[in-house]
Design a protein around this ligand. Structure first.
Ligand code: UDX
Ligand code: ADP
Length: 478
């Protein structure tokens, strides 16, 4: 361990989710002299973090269970005792969820900050002495101001209960990508710390310096830090919408999206990452962050700028819709009572997260059109799907006379008498499917639709199945 240059001994993280859990586990693994307490109001989630078997952690993330094994109940603790954790801490990370508002002012665009506000109020109430408060959740620009206002109101009341309190607020956005979170935390491209209080910035910087080199730590003002997070995600999402728009042109012209991606990615100014066309981006951040940006621009009267960014989201919706309509079209214009196997429900591979997954819209569309879906995913469970699409799993899909779905883990039963397979997540398990064997169980003419371009086209076709690949100008029957 490097020379310890920080005074912080106790950290609390409010929110034990996809961000809070892995981030705190990695901090605890590097800073053995800091006690890290992760708290959450969701008791079930905390129990899962504390569960004896490391296979029952609430989130699936490669490498996570190894880090948890090294740290849990040593200097990493999960609990629902928020009051106690805050009162003992020098530093509090706010890592709660900030979904897009469904109603009220800014509905559909602005983030719902009620959980952030609630967390700030809890910090204001229970903290003791000086507390460094760090916004970790993805937040709209100027949220730090809201947190500061709540905290300052409390420091003005400092004598009311005889305890002297003071706070400084920092923005330290997470840039971890689910499925790669541990590696992103261990070897980040950069760590951004926004704020104006030198002491607090130094404290946080020194914690990261335990395992991250100085040149990767960037100090900015609060607003630059908050805006950088939204902009980085907007730029990344824009790349996906751009390549997805080109996939549609490929299908019309005979070009091949994989060749186009490779060709443009070889230009160093463009780069080869984040150029895989797919069914549309998902995940908890991209859409929410762009909508926040759109809202911010509208608020400041920048209509053209807001329209520009909104188009990234609109194109994403269009990409999802065009996939469900295409499946219906290829299956003779109707999927009513036809069986379709859905391969993958997570918003991308190597995560069990389904938030904003393209699978949600696409499966809902197909069910609405009367299809019977057999859904498979290696890490997502049936309850998550039920909540995501707001429809109960069918008891008897064979005898159902309307659109319905079941969760099917067994490959041997998944392909039985189906009309089509639709690949929505790029799980490795799907790359080596024995189409020659399973095609025998399917109802002909049967289709394989690959929205991730991971399936071996030649093997599908030689097994007597029809093939459609996203952005493949040579799609069968074109
Ligand atoms: C993203 C950002 O990458 C991360 O830096 C930020 O802090 C949080 O948001 P995440 O949502 O976990 O991370 O996943 P990401 O890997 O960015 O993928 C987002 C979506 O884009 C997924 O649905 C994925 O399938 C899709 N995608 C990604 C593509 O369709 N093609 C690509 O080439 C890359
Ligand atoms: P993220 O991807 O940003 O980590 P999650 O939804 O996975 O989002 O996690 C956020 C967590 O924050 C949830 O487990 C939720 O229960 C928790 N949470 C929300 N509000 C509070 C609060 N006031 N106090 C403690 N935990 C909270």
């Amino acid at each position: 361990m490097k020379n310890i240059k920080y005074k912080t001994r106790k950290i609390c993280c409010i929110g034990a989710g996809y961000v809070g859990g892995p981030t705190m586990a990695v901090i605890a693994s590097h800073c053995k002299n800091i006690s890290v307490n992760v708290v959450d109001i969701n008791e079930k989630r905390i129990n899962s973090w504390n569960s004896h078997s490391l296979d029952n952690l609430p989130i699936y993330e490669p490498g996570l269970k190894e880090v948890i094994k090294k740290t849990r109940n040593i200097n990493l603790f999960f609990s629902t005792d928020i009051k106690n954790a805050i009162s003992k801490s020098d530093m509090v990370f706010i890592s709660v969820n900030t979904p897009t508002k469904l109603k009220g002012f800014g509905a559909g665009y602005a983030s719902d900050l009620k959980w952030v506000e609630e967390s700030a109020r809890q910090v204001a109430k229970y903290s003791k002495g000086h507390t460094i408060v760090i916004e970790k959740s993805t937040l709209p620009v100027k949220t730090a101001e809201l947190i500061k206002t709540i905290l300052e109101a409390q420091s003005e009341n400092k004598h009311s209960k005889g305890t002297k309190k003071s706070f400084s607020v920092l923005s330290n956005p997470e840039f971890l990508s689910e499925g790669n979170a541990i590696d992103d935390l261990e070897n980040p491209d950069r760590v951004l710390i926004g704020g104006d209080d030198e002491y607090s910035i130094n404290e946080l910087e020194q914690i990261y310096r335990t395992w991250i080199s100085k040149n990767k730590i960037l100090r900015t003002n609060l607003w630059s830090s908050e805006l950088s997070k939204l902009s980085a995600n907007a730029f990344l999402a824009q790349r996906i919408s751009s390549i997805n728009s080109i996939s549609a042109i490929c299908e019309k012209t005979g070009a091949d999206i994989k060749e186009v991606s490779k060709a443009i990615g070889l230009d160093k100014r463009i780069g080869n990452r984040f150029l895989s066309a797919g069914p549309g981006f998902g995940g908890s951040c991209f859409k929410k962050d762009i909508l926040n940006l759109v809202y911010l621009c509208r608020y400041y009267g920048l209509k053209e700028v807001s329209d520009y960014w909104e188009q990234v989201v609109l194109l994403n919706n269009w990409q999802r819709n065009r996939i469900s309509s295409l499946v219906v079209k290829k299956l003779f214009g109707t999927v009513s009572l036809k069986k379709i196997a859905i391969l993958g429900f997570a918003f991308k591979a190597n995560t069990n997260d389904v938030r904003e997954a393209a699978a949600i819209n696409i499966t809902k569309d197909l069910i609405e059109n009367g299809a019977k879906l057999l859904i498979h995913d290696p890490k997502v469970n049936s309850e998550q799907i039920e909540t995501a699409i707001d429809l109960k799993c069918s008891d008897d899909i064979d005898n159902s006379n309307q659109g319905s779905w079941i969760f099917q883990e067994d490959f041997n039963k998944l392909f039985f008498e189906i009309d089509a397979v639709l690949v929505l997540t790029e799980w490795n398990d799907y790359k080596s499917i024995r189409w020659d064997i399973y095609s025998k169980n399917m109802r002909k003419p049967a289709w394989v639709f690959d929205t991730r371009n991971i399936i071996d086209k030649e093997k599908v076709i030689s097994s007597g199945l029809n093939y459609w690949g996203l952005g493949d100008g040579n799609n069968f029957e074109n």
